[in-house]
Design a protein around this ligand. Structure first.
Ligand SMILES: [Zn+2]
Length: 489
């Protein structure tokens, strides 16, 4: 019972508690000879399993209903506190950024409102709805909360286009016109319900002004989101723990951005100086919000990235890390301000991900036979939803045929064992094929490309087979010669 409370309300703790089960499944799949290697890799990681407050509150209510409020409350005092902390933080930051917003758009408003905006900015406890009854000027309604639509939003170019578009319904057009008239009435200009009375007014907002207000609002929204995400629970815990652990690469910004994305899972390498020796501490971000059928598979996918990750070199501030068949670099002390989650793919990234997912599917089967569902909902069946699996058909046969060599090369970081078995040029050809398929973006090109790619895939596989046969027979001949030599001596 407590297990479920921890799983739903403190997923990071839950994942740390259950990590051993995942480790055993990995050992069972890769072989007992890898036990020490796998245990070393997976026991030295920093896990953050996160969810949004809305998921959290939903799960909390559900648990209270099923187990009784007292039971849940007793076991989860700090989780209740974290919800309260988050809601206080939101109110505080909303106030801060509303004032900032008011301050920056003030000069765009009619002069007679400047003083009242000043008062608003100075007040300790600004009202949620700010209005002047006599003048009918309502700050919130005109300029809007920084998070919602405002009356200004009905004056944009897009709205003008809608009004001139014959395909837009009359109802929608009427809404736009009514909102515009509401704007004028709100700022104290009431000329009845005929829209044409308003269009020639001096106070009619200019397109430049609307664009400026929207630009400022977008900037304020971004600042608000960034600060909120860096301070919100569990981000604040993450930042604190990262410092406590002495990690050298800065990934707090990255975590903030990951949290802004829905359901984002990834691993991020980090390092620390352990008595003069640099060691790798990978960070793993797992989203556990909504109930997922595939959570265990996702966790295994990310853990497998960690097993295949190794610190290659630290020289000066430059950190070089191997990840499967790929090499990545990071810089110590570099503050990442604008991280693009959709970055340019590395050379082997696509193929790497496909193979990683195929391995994860295999390992998950093992895991399920050993422990059933741990983080996933009960009795879930895996279905192919990983975005990389669109190109799976290119690599599946290659994976099944050369699984042993593939695993060996990925765990040791030695690609030569794979090249020796199948030929480097054939491996490169297969990788190019995956990238080519991925780059064909529209469906039409993809469909016509599919048959062609299948043919080329089969021809690459034949060449791989041929290489294996020649390589193996050459080895056998060598062995026989050696045996003869031994016999002679
Ligand atoms: Zn991945």
């Amino acid at each position: 019972m407590n297990d479920r409370i921890i799983r739903d309300l403190d997923p990071t703790q839950y994942l740390n508690d259950k990590l051993n089960l995942y480790i055993e499944a990995f050992i069972s799949y890769y072989g007992e000879e890898y036990r020490e290697f796998i245990e070393n890799k997976l026991n030295n990681i920093f896990i953050i399993a996160y969810q949004h407050d809305i998921d959290f509150t939903y799960k909390l209510r559900l648990l209270e209903e099923q187990l009784g409020q007292d039971v849940v409350k007793d076991k989860s005092k700090e989780y209740y506190e974290s919800i309260e902390y988050n809601s206080t933080l939101r109110v505080k930051l909303l106030n801060k950024y509303r004032k900032e917003y008011a301050n920056r758009v003030k000069y765009l408003l009619p002069k007679k409102y400047h003083e009242i905006v000043e008062q608003y900015i100075k007040s300790d406890n600004p009202p949620f709805i700010f209005g002047i009854k006599n003048n009918c000027f309502e700050f919130e309604e005109v300029l809007g909360d920084i998070k919602t639509t405002t009356l200004y939003d009905y004056f944009t170019d897009e709205m003008d286009e809608k009004l001139n578009n014959s395909e837009v319904s009359d109802v929608e057009k009427q809404t736009i016109i009514k909102k515009r008239m509401k704007y004028f009435k709100t700022i104290g200009i009431d000329m009845g319900d005929d829209y044409s009375n308003y269009t020639k007014l001096e106070e009619y907002p200019s397109p430049e002004m609307i664009r400026e207000i929207r630009k400022i609002k977008k900037q304020i929204q971004d600042l608000y989101n960034l600060e909120l995400n860096s301070k919100i629970y569990p981000n604040c815990l993450f930042n604190k723990k990262e410092k406590e652990m002495g990690l050298l690469l800065d990934s707090s910004e990255e975590f903030s951005l990951i949290r802004l994305k829905e359901e984002y899972n990834c691993v991020h390498p980090n390092i620390r100086n352990n008595k003069g020796k640099m060691e790798l501490i990978p960070e793993m971000f797992i989203y556990t919000g909504i109930d997922s059928l595939q959570r265990d598979n996702i966790i295994i996918h990310e853990l497998n990235h960690i097993i295949e990750m190794a610190l290659m070199d630290v020289s000066g501030n430059m950190v070089t890390i191997r990840s499967g068949w790929d090499i990545t670099q990071d810089i110590i002390g570099e503050k990442k301000e604008h991280i693009e989650l959709e970055h340019n793919a590395r050379k082997y990234e696509r193929l790497n991900e496909i193979i990683n997912e195929l391995l994860a599917i295999d390992i998950h089967k093992k895991f399920k036979s050993m422990y059933g569902s741990v983080f996933s909902s009960q009795n879930s069946e895996y279905n192919l939803s990983c975005c990389y699996l669109e190109q799976e058909y290119i690599a599946k046969d290659f994976f099944e045929t050369y699984k042993k060599k593939i695993i060996e090369s990925r765990l040791t970081g030695n690609m030569q064992v794979l090249f020796d078995a199948i030929g480097e040029e054939n491996f490169e050809a297969l990788n190019n094929l995956v990238n080519e398929e991925y780059q064909a973006t529209d469906d039409f090109t993809k469909t016509t490309l599919h048959d062609d790619i299948r043919k080329r895939r089969d021809s690459i596989l034949k060449k791989m087979n041929l290489h294996t046969m020649m390589h193996t027979s050459a080895n056998n001949t060598n062995q026989i010669m050696q045996e003869r030599t031994i016999n002679r001596s």
